[in-house]
Write a protein of this length. Structure first.
Length: 236
C-alpha cells in the first residue's frame, strides 16, 4: 500500500482545508446578480489569503458552473467563467483546485438560491433535495465498499451502477468519477472503465460524481479527497 510521510500528509490536509474553508466562506457571496467570473475571482482571493501558492488544474482556481451551464463538463484549459448574472432561483457548482508548493487540494460543492436567498437543497425544491441526497448516498456507498485491493476500474463499475440505480447519469466529459491526487497533472489515474491500477497504488484519490437526472437542467456535484488508513477508506 502506498503511504505518505506525515509531513506530506499534513500539507495535503492543509491544501484541502483551504478548499473546504473557502467553500464555506464563498456562501456569503452567492446572491442574485453575481456571475461565475466574479465568484471565481472571490474564490481565488479567499484561497490566496488562506495560503494557496498556485492552482494545479491548468492554473484555474475554481471551475464554477451556474444556470444553463450546470450540465457542462470540460478540461481546465478550456474553461472560461461566464459573465451572465445569476437569477433569484439559480443553483451553482463550485470546484476548487488550490495548491501549496505542489500539494493539491480538490473539493466541490453545490449551492442553491430560492427567491434570492441561499438555502439548503431541501428548501430549494424536491429535485434539488433528491440530487444532493443522491450525492450523499454515493459517498456513503464509496466508504462502505472501497477496499485497498480494488482497482479503479472495479470501483467505477460499482459506482456507475449505483448512479444508474438512483436514476441519474454521469456527466463527466471523460466518463470518470474521480482521480488520484499527486504532483503530475497529466499522469492522473482515473476512476473510469479502463484503469486497472489498485486503489492502494496511490496515496490519495478524489470522488466527485457530477450527476443529473436524464433530461433535467439541474446537475449536482460534491467532492472530497479520500485515503486508506488501517485498511479502511477515510475522508482526508
Amino acid at each position: 500500500m502506498t503511504t505518505l510521510h506525515i509531513a506530506d500528509l499534513e500539507l495535503y490536509e492543509k491544501a484541502q482545508a483551504i478548499a473546504r474553508d473557502t467553500l464555506a466562506a464563498i456562501a456569503a457571496f452567492i446572491r442574485p446578480g453575481v456571475t461565475e467570473a466574479s465568484l471565481c475571482a472571490d474564490c481565488r482571493r479567499l484561497m490566496d489569503a488562506r495560503g494557496a501558492t498556485s492552482y494545479w488544474w491548468f492554473g484555474v482556481p475554481a471551475v464554477i458552473l451556474a444556470g444553463p451551464r450546470l450540465r457542462d463538463s470540460m478540461e481546465g484549459d478550456v474553461f472560461h467563467p461566464s459573465d451572465t448574472p445569476m437569477a433569484a432561483n439559480d443553483m451553482v457548482t463550485i470546484d476548487l483546485a488550490p495548491e501549496i508548493d505542489g500539494y493539491w487540494g480538490d473539493c466541490a460543492r453545490s449551492f442553491f438560491l430560492k427567491d434570492g436567498v441561499l438555502v439548503a437543497p431541501e428548501q430549494a425544491g424536491a429535485e434539488q433535495a433528491e440530487g444532493m441526497a443522491a450525492e450523499g448516498a454515493l459517498h456513503a456507498y464509496l466508504l462502505d465498499i472501497a477496499r485497498p485491493q480494488m482497482t479503479f476500474q472495479a470501483l467505477y463499475a460499482e459506482m456507475d451502477a449505483q448512479v444508474v440505480s438512483l436514476g441519474f447519469e454521469n456527466l463527466d466529459f471523460l466518463g470518470n468519477y474521480g482521480h488520484n491526487i499527486g504532483k503530475e497533472l497529466h499522469a492522473r489515474a482515473f476512476i473510469d472503465a479502463r484503469c486497472t491500477l489498485r486503489l492502494d497504488s496511490v496515496p490519495l484519490f478524489t470522488f466527485e460524481p457530477h450527476i443529473a437526472k436524464p433530461g433535467s437542467s439541474l446537475a449536482f456535484k460534491y467532492e472530497e479527497i479520500y485515503r486508506f488508513a488501517s485498511g479502511r477508506l477515510r475522508v482526508l
